[in-house]
Design a binder for this molecule. Sequence first.
Ligand code: AMP
Length: 190
Amino acid sequence: MKYYILFGPPGAGKGTQATPMARRYNLRHISTGALLRAEIAAGTPLGKEAARLIDKGALVPDEVVEGMIESAFSAEKEAAGFILDGFPRTVSQARDLDAMLARRGESVTAVVSLIIPDAVVKERIAGRAAIEGRADDAAPEIIENRIRTYHEKTEPLIAYYKEAGLYHEVAAEGTIEEVGARVNGLVDRF
Ligand code: AMP
C-alpha cells in the first residue's frame, strides 16, 4: 500500500489537490478535518467535544484523530493506498503513525508539501469561508490561531520527514491544474 502525506498550512489546497490525486492513483483520501466535521454534523459526543477546540482554531487530542486514521486504514480493501490530508499535525502524531504503519508492515511512502506564503493562505481561507461555510474559516482571529498552531506544532514535522528522507516540496501557487501537475510529477516518482 502507498501512504502519501499531503502536507501544508491550512488553506494550502490539500483538500483540493487530494480529490484528483485520489482518482488518478486509486488512493483513498482521508481528511481528519472532514471526518471531524462529519462527527460535528452528526451531533455525536466526540463531535461536540471536537467542536469546542476546532472553533478556537486549536488541535483536537491525538487519540481522537489517531483512532479515526486507524479505522480508515482497517476499513480499506480496494484502494492502492492512502492520501493523508491534515494528519499528522504534530511530531507525536507522526511517531504514532510510524508505529501504526510498522505494525502493518508498512511505512510512509512520501510527504508532498504544498508551499505557500501566509498572506496567500489568509486570502484563500477568507474566500473559502464564503463557499463552504466553515465556522473556523469565518473569523480572522481563528484563522490567525490556526496559522500560529501550524507554525508552532506542525512545521516541526518538516525536519522530522527530511531526516527520514521522505520530504518533497511543491509550489502551491497557481491554478489548481498547475499545482496538480506538479503534485503528479512528484507522485509518479514513488
Ligand atoms: P482541516 O480541515 O485539516 O483544516 O482541520 C480542521 C480542524 O480540525 C483543525 O483546525 C483542527 O482543529 C482539527 N484537526 C484536523 N486534523 C487534526 C489533527 N491531525 N490533529 C488535531 N486536530 C486536527
